[in-house]
Design a protein around this ligand. Structure first.
Ligand code: GLU
Length: 336
């Protein structure tokens, strides 16, 4: 069996969120259970939205929770350090491969042209899908556009990749948590994998990194399911082994809306500032989607790791009950 290698890949656009802590924990538990490796990768391709302060907060919060990574920033090792902005020289090579294989093409459309396409779709009450008007540009046409000073972005050719590896337009995969999932790829527009300034986009960089880091299982929030289809196609187009995917339900506030600051703290460091013990916090977070087989909810992470089975994670959303966290915290306070 191939080695289990999982990762948590936070974008440093804020302090470590409890939802990311839960994703990190489930990856960590899955690695422990399978003698695998738990990897930390900082996804900072979007330089405008990231800061070193948040990177430090992510490191500190994961460490405080005991979620120590086996490879990644400040540990080094064979594959580290993993910070996407330090890997920019790796990404162009595979873009070229996709272009050479015909699974990608240059797109010279301006933001204004794309905006007009979107407006037209909205006016016709249609979901927007890129028109693919640059798919078949001739070399002369491209040279002319270049001469006008236009710099192309690179788009992935969804239909071509789908056709090369599947019998119909339906793309299906077996999710570790949710079972079989599928999409009609006709609904996925040819998406940008490299911006005109040369920066890789999330869906592209994540595939290159997951492939090169030999990630075997991708466990993350269900808000990424629509990305997973795009990513599977890129894995296939580059001839990489496709990892297994598992998508976790979302964490909702007690009023069933998206958990946000107006409900209370959401960052691990804020809970710590408010006096919550990290042992209580991590135990509580484990119960957001997972339940112990003996019904005994108060358990240290080592015990949870023994009992943890990914297939038993609930595929539905979990409610973040602040009162329950308070109760659990008082229990842990009495124990120290
Ligand atoms: N950087 C992504 C995020 O913070 C993680 C994506 C992933 O796990 O693939 O949402």
């Amino acid at each position: 069996m191939t080695e289990v290698r999982v990762r948590i890949a936070p974008s440093p656009s804020g302090n470590l969120h409890v939802g990311t802590a839960r994703t990190a924990l489930f990856n960590y538990l899955f690695a422990k259970k399978n003698n695998g490796k738990f990897i930390l990768r900082i996804e900072d391709t979007d330089a405008d939205r990231t800061s070193q302060e948040y990177v430090d907060n992510i490191f500190d919060s994961l460490k405080a929770l005991g979620l120590n990574w086996d490879e990644g920033p400040d540990v080094g090792g064979e594959y580290g350090p993993y910070t996407q902005s330090e890997r920019f020289d790796i990404y162009p090579k595979y873009i070229q491969e996709l272009l050479d294989k015909g699974f990608a093409y240059e797109c010279f459309c301006t933001p204004e042209e794309l905006e007009a396409e979107k407006e037209e779709a909205t006016a016709n009450k249609k979901a927007y899908v890129y028109s693919r008007k640059c798919e078949n540009l001739t070399e002369e046409e491209k040279a002319k556009l270049r001469a006008e000073g236009r710099k192309p972005a690179i788009r992935f050719n969804v239909a071509k990749a789908q056709k090369a590896f599947h019998d119909s337009s339906i793309l299906e995969f077996e999710d570790l948590v949710k079972g079989k999932l599928h999409v009609d790829t006709n609904l996925i527009g040819d998406f940008v994998i490299m911006k005109s300034n040369g920066a890789p986009t999330y869906n592209y960089a994540v595939v290159i990194d997951d492939a090169l880091m030999k990630i075997s299982h991708v466990i993350r929030g269900e808000d990424h399911i629509s990305n997973t289809y795009k990513q599977i196609l890129i894995f296939e187009a580059l001839g990489f082994e496709v990892p297994r995917f598992g998508h976790l339900g979302m964490i909702l506030a007690p009023d069933r809306s998206k958990l946000s600051k107006r409900h209370g703290a959401t960052a691990v460091s804020d809970f710590v500032k408010q006096g919550y013990l990290t042992d209580a916090l991590i135990n509580f977070v484990a119960l957001l989607g997972w339940a112990p087989s003996d019904g005994e909810e108060i358990k240290p992470v080592e015990k949870i790791a023994e009992d943890f089975r990914i297939g038993e994670i609930s595929s539905s959303n979990s409610i973040f009950e602040y009162d329950k966290l308070k109760w659990m915290n008082s229990h842990y306070i009495k124990m120290v």
